[in-house]
Ligand binder design. Structure first.
Ligand SMILES: NC(=O)c1ccc[n+]([C@@H]2O[C@H](COP(=O)([O-])OP(=O)(O)OC[C@H]3O[C@@H](n4cnc5c(N)ncnc54)[C@H](O)[C@@H]3O)[C@@H](O)[C@H]2O)c1
Length: 259
């Protein structure tokens, strides 16, 4: 799919991370972008940055964990711009603290937010005759016992998002709606960079922080590939920081080595 002239909706696009970077890239490539976030201030700043680069953008506040707000977000895009071609389910908050803190909020915003976006996005794209959805997972949900975040609900939600994506592969051929997922590792967002900079080199080593962090522009490139490549539907793109990005093979058993 060519992005030029298309309508794109992106959630969680008001922060100093991947959402804003992808929103700006979409606008730079001539899509009309609906920037959404729970933070009106952050979202409006993203719109300002896009307009400064002569792009087209509008803000709509939505909490992805609330289904009616996600429905309204997509309805706003259809009402004001005539339809939805691209949806980036980027919002996926990580709550620091005790392992079981914010259990429901984490699942609600990460997993259910992506489910709501995907279901209502599909409805809107059916009216348009096709489209592309990109979901955001995390390497902390890849594999077992190898590398987890300190938030079990976050990892559970992200595992669910990857699985949600692969279960919808058939939509690509049947309805020209391609749902794919990017699985980043340590990304150079304002928040992650701030955290890494607060660590000593020894702490970085102990935590296994892979440096340099994955640049935001590289993530935007990868998302644009997932949107643009018509061969990709129901695919999960895993990108360990410092390594080559790659797709999980179709038919992957996941647990190929059993004992
Ligand atoms: N940062 C990383 O290193 C990293 C690594 C792996 C995966 N991810 C995932 O990538 C995606 C983007 O993360 P990022 O760290 O680049 O941040 P980001 O800047 O893209 O997103 C943060 C924004 O999301 C908004 N937000 C939070 N909860 C929301 C909600 N319920 N509804 C709507 N907006 C909400 C915040 O207000 C903030 O502006 C997330 O899904 C995250 O889980 C991030």
């Amino acid at each position: 799919m060519k992005v030029r002239g298309k309508v794109a909706v992106i959630t969680g696009a008001g922060g100093g991370g991947q959402g804003r970077a992808v929103a700006r890239r979409l606008a730079r490539d001539d899509a009309s972008v609906i920037v959404s976030d729970i933070s009106e201030r952050g979202g409006r700043e993203t719109v300002r940055l896009i307009e400064e680069q002569r792009g087209r953008a509008a803000f709509f506040r939505a909490d992805v964990g609330v289904e009616s707000e996600v429905r309204e977000l997509l309805a706003f895009a259809e009402r004001t711009l005539g339809g939805v071609d691209i949806l980036i389910n980027n919002a996926g908050p990580y709550f620091h603290g005790a392992p079981f803190a914010k259990w429901m909020e984490t699942i609600q915003a990460n997993l259910m937010g992506t489910v709501y976006g995907t279901l209502h996005g599909i409805e809107a794209m059916r009216r348009r005759g096709g489209g592309a959805i990109v979901n955001f997972g995390s390497t902390s949900a890849v594999g077992h016992g190898f590398k987890h975040s300190s938030s079990p609900p976050y990892d559970i939600a992200k595992a669910g998002i990857a699985r949600l994506t692969t279960t919808l592969a058939w939509l690509g051929e049947k309805e020209k709606i391609r749902v794919n997922c990017i699985v980043p590792d340590w990304v150079d967002t304002d928040e992650v960079r701030g955290y890494v900079e607060s660590l000593t080199p020894k702490q970085c080593e102990e935590e296994g922080v892979p440096l340099p962090l994955t640049p935001l522009d590289d993530i935007a490139d990868a998302v644009m590939d997932l949107i643009g490549n018509e061969d990709l539907a129901g695919r999960v793109l895993v990108w360990w920081t410092g390594q080559k990005r790659g797709l999980i093979p179709v038919g992957d058993l996941g647990y190929a080595r059993l004992e």
